[in-house]
Design a protein around this ligand. Structure first.
Ligand code: 7UC
Ligand code: FE
Length: 295
């Protein structure tokens, strides 16, 4: 295994010659450190099948099956498939997922620690992922904004981004919406997480899922506070030129792991309909989402 700094990009490390079958305990401990401290680890030239990819993810935490079965790979519930490929028999996965600022499962009771992303088929141009490091975004907040979110909580829901399933066709929209609220009720998290491994303070709001901020007594704070946080962190910049934003593009064989507590991401899909497919395995680690100690 060879670990190097990445050139020409703002974050992360690059790993060559990594074989999950022969990795030592020390190798894995080193890689975990890089995930939490450098935030992105790009494994090059990987050739794993579905089973191998799940085993790979398991080295970094406990894989979780996505709650909506339509995303799951037919050979493993733990593999989430983003795909626009039309197969003669039946469709696999969901097209154009995640094209909005979010942290995976922020709207669920147990958000993932690490996301493992493994493109299978890349279009000729335009497949990548935008990222924002929300620990850095927190540090860069104006002092008055930082003070305004001290001891506050935020509410998160997937309701604006849940995809209609084939089985929902002809159902009344109100019934579908009521089911979404029942199955995935809003979650409440501190607006500022304390990263359980690094101790960093992380601004834990995203444009897709976060919809309200509450003071320490549970009272609603003005919507403008959330808008100010989204704007300051770069999530409202439609040109993607905000200084907090960086982009990860993919070469065949790349397998990318990131710290899903600290980084929010947004998929960059090819604007046309060129065939594209990626697999994802998401894992929980042994730590809570946020540590209780003040950093
Ligand atoms: O279809 C999608 O973009 C899935 C999204 C609503 N959730 C991904 C996640 O893990 O939070
Ligand atoms: Fe995602």
């Amino acid at each position: 295994m060879k670990i190097g700094n990445r050139t020409g990009v703002r974050r992360g490390v690059e790993v060559h010659d990594f074989d999950p079958a022969t990795a030592t305990v020390d190798d894995l401990a080193t890689l975990r450190r890089h995930i939490y401290h450098d935030k992105i680890v790009v494994f090059k030239e990987q050739t794993l099948d579905v089973r191998g990819f799940v085993a790979f993810g398991s080295e970094f935490g406990k894989p979780v099956a996505y709650y909506e079965p339509m995303y799951r790979h037919p050979d493993s519930d733990f593999v989430f498939v983003s795909s626009n490929i039309d197969r003669a028999s039946s469709r696999v996965g969901v097209p154009k997922t995640g094209a909005f600022w979010h942290s995976d499962y922020q709207f669920m009771p147990e958000p993932f620690a690490v996301t493992c992303f493994y493109p299978q088929q890349l279009p000729t141009v335009g497949r990548g992922t935008y990222f924002i490091d929300m620990a850095k975004a927190y540090q860069r907040l104006a002092p008055d904004l930082r003070a305004a979110i001290e001891n506050t909580h935020s509410l998160h829901s997937s309701r604006r981004y849940v995809k209609i399933r084939p089985s929902d066709v002809f159902r009344p929209l109100g019934e579908v919406i009521a089911e979404v609220e029942r199955k995935t009720p809003p979650q409440r998290w501190p607006t500022v997480l304390v990263h359980p491994v690094t101790g960093e303070r992380v601004l834990y709001v995203c444009e897709a899922f976060t919809y309200a901020i509450q003071d320490a007594a549970g009272g609603a704070l003005p919507d403008s506070l959330l808008t100010d946080l989204l704007a300051a962190s770069g999530q409202l910049d439609q040109s993607f030129e905000h200084d907090n934003i960086f982009v990860q593009s993919y070469e065949p064989g790349d397998l990318v792991l990131w710290d899903n507590r600290t980084l929010i991401h947004r998929a960059l899909h090819n604007p046309g309909n060129e065939a594209t497919e990626s697999f994802r395995v998401t894992v929980l680690d042994e730590h809570p989402l946020t540590s209780k100690e003040a950093a």
